[in-house]
Design a protein around this ligand. Structure first.
Ligand code: ZN
Length: 263
């Protein structure tokens, strides 16, 4: 958990101009209908296509989750409270019998306690990444593709935190979320996200406000659309200017519950 986590509710907004600047050779039409992305606040995002809804990092303290959809797939990037709300995740699983959780062993351990339901736990909760820093998983849940790997949350007390880099494949689109990543060049080089040919990447602002971080994103992530996340509300103006200077086309969240449709 970064010290400067926010409670602002923010939204993915990609201007038409952003699409216009994408190389047409990499344009991927979303098979099965448009993809709608709504930033729920802080690092939380809702990704929808048709009836399918994926929610990353739902946290009641960050947003009004009653305004979010019923998630079919819940992803949680790490156990820190700005990304993980065990009670909220348990509610999603109890209120939608189709909902599944895919996350780390650390997250699932806490969800199991909050859930207290062996049947749901056995059938719809999946711990796919564990204590090895290089553990990874590829799976499909309800027609949604997932490629999940650990990405460093930093050293010291954060070294053991199972923070996840999650690539969601939906309608042919590849969408990356890297949570609280603190990875440096060697790790980005190993993970080599650009191989995934990403359409959208949710990147914490600290990579986008620093020249070294920008180099990592451009060299090893290379998404068509960069979406900045995790910006503290009090720093929005300053961070926006810093990001704009380095990534003029980045999508920066500003308004609660706005949505953007990609098609
Ligand atoms: Zn964290």
């Amino acid at each position: 958990m970064r010290l400067r986590w926010s409670v602002v509710v923010v939204t993915a907004v990609a201007a038409v101009g952003v699409r216009a600047q994408m190389p047409t050779t990499t344009s991927v039409p979303a098979a099965g209908g448009p993809i709608v992305i709504t930033a729920l606040g802080h690092a939380s995002v809702q990704i929808e296509q048709g009836a399918k809804v994926v929610i990353v990092d739902p946290v009641s303290a960050q947003t009004d989750l009653s305004r979010a959809k019923r998630a079919d797939l819940i992803l949680v990037t790490d156990i820190h409270p700005d990304h993980f709300d065990p009670a909220a995740v348990a509610r999603y699983l109890k209120h939608n019998f189709r909902a599944e959780l895919v996350s780390s062993e650390q997250v699932v351990e806490q969800v199991a306690e909050a859930l207290n339901d062996e049947v749901i736990l056995r059938n719809r909760v999946h711990a796919v990444v564990g204590s090895s820093p290089e553990s990874s998983a590829s799976l499909t849940v309800g027609g949604i593709g997932l490629h999940i790997r650990r990405i460093s949350h930093g050293s010291g007390r954060h070294a053991e935190i199972q923070n996840l880099a999650q690539v969601v494949t939906l309608g042919g689109w590849k969408i990356l979320h890297i949570g609280d990543s603190d990875a440096g060049e060697a790790e980005f080089k190993r993970l080599d996200f650009k191989k995934e040919k990403l359409d959208v990447a949710f990147i914490p602002f600290w990579y986008l406000t620093d020249d070294k971080g920008v180099t990592l994103v451009k060299r090893y992530v290379r998404p068509r659309i960069v979406v900045a996340m995790h910006i503290p509300p009090g720093e929005l103006e300053q961070r926006t200017a810093e990001i704009r200077a380095r990534f003029p086309d980045a999508v920066i969240f500003t308004q609660p519950f706005e949505t953007k449709t990609f098609q």
